[in-house]
Design a protein. Structure first.
Lengths: 255, 352
């Protein structure tokens, strides 16, 4: 390091050297990085077990330098449940997309949350099936065009997008439920804080922690990364508001 | 001599699992096997295992995946429709080479079927069931005692070969009560350096997966699996013979049906018919060699496979016999157990 210089930005050592396959502009790589920063900063690489889903992050274990399991489509919550129960002193997270967590795996998601399984859900919600080429997801917005809703999602026939962070916040087993994003450095810092909090609550064994990320998909949305940020701001955040939906550690203020 | 008890098959299986050092059970109620999870729930305070009544069989089998991958001795039990639901997970477990125990206390099908005993899931158990090229080691108990013995054996075989093992039982064996000798409780000390327990300093991260996206990698994985299956076939075939020495009529039967057919052999012998029985204990790997050898005997007139289904194991018997002798079939479905006399009558038809 040259004299007078200091390192203000680096890769966490808990990420492998493997080049990521994610599309340019996708939030997956940002989320991988902040997740692994937390693992490095907390010094818990030897106590962390991750579960990856079927979807764009199916290869997450190529990049995250911790013990990992690859689950069947939708079943990461069931897999994570067993891992955490067998190894209660480890930090366990599932890393899932919207098709995985909110369509085929809805039952596993809801029941793990309701039992209060003490692991952390990291839910990357980009409103589309990215890996399979841009089909409609349970979180696709009304009117949004995808390869299987080429005329736009018809809410009269298909319902409104599922708001998972709000839904699971209603369950007694959930200790922490938030929706964050990483469209700006400030929001990325907030997302990291939320993840840190989730890991702390997991450490304290207070219940299920659920971090939803309002994410993007430039390839699936057929736009540039910059345009995807506009779509997030103008269409996604209004329907999927950012914020804390439940936090059992929050100090209750006297009214 | 171990402890002697009078127990139901399903309860004996649960007790045997506890005594084998069970660390995790994940299951969903379904008749006629619900006593397994009920027994484990009752006994839970006295032991250290994790017990989860899951939201579905789909969740159960994936909990088995997670628990086994975390290095624990884990199992699930179910009955026919439940095992159908589990098939995706079973395929993943086989590919990820995770040791665990399944028990299918079979009821009559197809569909919702009946809750009575059946052997209609033979194909599903030995021919795959889920997608891709894989096998389970399949053990077929024919008594409450064997529900215990094969549970202990099944867990050990699972660890030895890093492979899922299945008990293919039936509703009658699960429900009936018999005298049983229980083994001494065993402390389970797993040696599983591959398990995902946290990447400790000095080792690479452990990854449990069934994803091999490159064709060459997927073929290499298949070759590894096939080599393991070959080793299992060489070492683990189990069967039982009854009055085979001079038999010129041989019954093939497994599980509950093999017990009925022992009586058939006795009845036949009283009438001067030289009947014998070969009972595959491992349905996979199948005792093809032993059956083939019998087929080479000049005096042997025919085989008759007797099953509580529409004719499933008979196909493997025919493959083993390879056209050297006639192979007949007699079976009942819908939960009906053929009687010894009925089987004898069926066999006599071919002696006319």
């Amino acid at each position: 390091m040259k004299e007078g210089y200091e390192v203000i930005y680096k890769r966490p050592k808990t990420l492998t050297d493997k080049r990521m396959h994610y599309c340019p502009g996708c939030f997956h790589s940002t989320m991988h990085k902040i997740l692994m920063e937390i693992v490095e900063e907390k010094g818990i690489q030897d106590k962390t077990v991750g579960i990856c889903p079927v979807g764009c992050s199916v290869f997450a274990y190529e990049y995250l330098d911790v013990d990992m399991q690859e689950a069947a489509h939708g079943r990461a919550a069931a897999v994570a449940t067993a891992v955490k129960r067998m190894l209660p002193d480890r930090y366990v997270f599932s890393y899932q997309g919207d098709g995985d967590l909110a369509a085929i795996g809805t039952a596993e998601t809801i029941h793990a949350c309701n039992r209060g399984e003490k692991f952390t859900f990291i839910f990357i919600n980009n409103g589309i099936y990215g890996m399979t080429g841009g089909q409609m997801a349970p979180t696709t917005l009304e009117g949004q065009k995808t390869t299987t809703s080429p005329y736009g999602r018809n809410a009269a026939l298909l319902g409104q997008p599922l708001k998972m962070a709000e839904m699971v916040s209603q369950l007694a087993g959930v200790a922490y439920s938030v929706r964050v994003t990483c469209n700006t450095p400030a929001n990325t810092r907030k997302a990291k804080k939320a993840l840190q909090k989730a890991f702390e609550i997991q450490e304290q064994g207070l219940g299920t922690t659920f971090v939803e990320v309002a994410s993007n998909c430039p390839s699936g949305w057929k736009c540039t990364p910059v345009e995807s940020l506009d779509w997030l701001k103008n269409s996604v955040y209004p329907y999927f508001p950012l914020g804390v939906f439940k936090d059992v550690t929050a100090v209750k203020k006297e009214v | 001599m171990g402890e002697i008890k009078f127990m139901k098959g399903n309860e004996a299986l649960a007790e045997a699992a506890i005594r084998s050092g069970l660390q995790g059970y994940f299951g969903y109620p379904i008749t006629p096997q619900s006593e397994v999870v009920e027994y484990l729930a009752m006994e839970e305070p006295n032991h250290n295992y994790v017990l989860i009544q899951a939201e579905s069989e789909v969740a159960s089998v994936n909990m088995v995946y997670g628990g086994a991958a975390a290095g624990a001795r884990v199992m699930t039990t179910t009955s026919s429709p439940g095992f159908s639901l589990m098939q995706e997970g079973v395929s993943y477990i086989a590919c990820a080479e995770l040791p665990c125990l399944f028990a299918n206390v079979v009821r009559g099908g197809p569909g919702l079927g009946t809750i009575q005993a059946s052997q209609g899931d033979y194909f599903q158990a030995v021919k795959g069931g889920g997608h891709g090229d894989y096998h389970l080691i399949v053990l077929a108990p024919n008594s409450v005692q064997e529900m215990v013995d094969f549970c202990v054996l099944g867990f050990d075989l699972a660890d030895k070969y890093r492979t899922p093992v299945m008990l293919l039982s039936d509703g009658a064996t699960g429900q009936m009560m018999e005298k049983v000798v229980l083994p001494k409780p065993k402390e389970y000390k797993p040696d599983k350096p591959w398990a995902t327990t946290g990447k400790t300093p000095g080792r690479e991260r452990n990854i449990i997966t069934s994803l091999y996206i490159q064709s060459e990698d997927m073929e290499a994985k298949n070759k590894t699996l096939q080599a393991k299956y070959k080793e299992i076939t060489e070492n683990e075939i189990r069967y039982e013979g009854y009055h085979l020495d001079d038999a010129d009529v041989v019954i093939t039967a497994f599980g509950l049906m093999s017990r009925v057919c022992k009586k058939t052999v006795d009845l036949a012998r009283e009438e001067g018919i030289k009947m014998g029985l070969i009972r595959p204990i491992t349905l996979w790997p199948f005792p093809s060699g032993a059956i083939s050898k019998l087929a080479d005997r000049e005096a042997l007139k025919f085989f008759i496979s007797v099953e509580m289904n529409a004719g499933q194991m008979v196909e493997d018997v025919r493959l083993a016999v390879s056209g050297k002798k006639p192979v007949h079939f007699y079976g009942r479905q819908g939960g009906i157990v053929p009687t010894p006399d009925e089987v004898l009558g069926a066999a006599k038809e071919y002696l006319k």
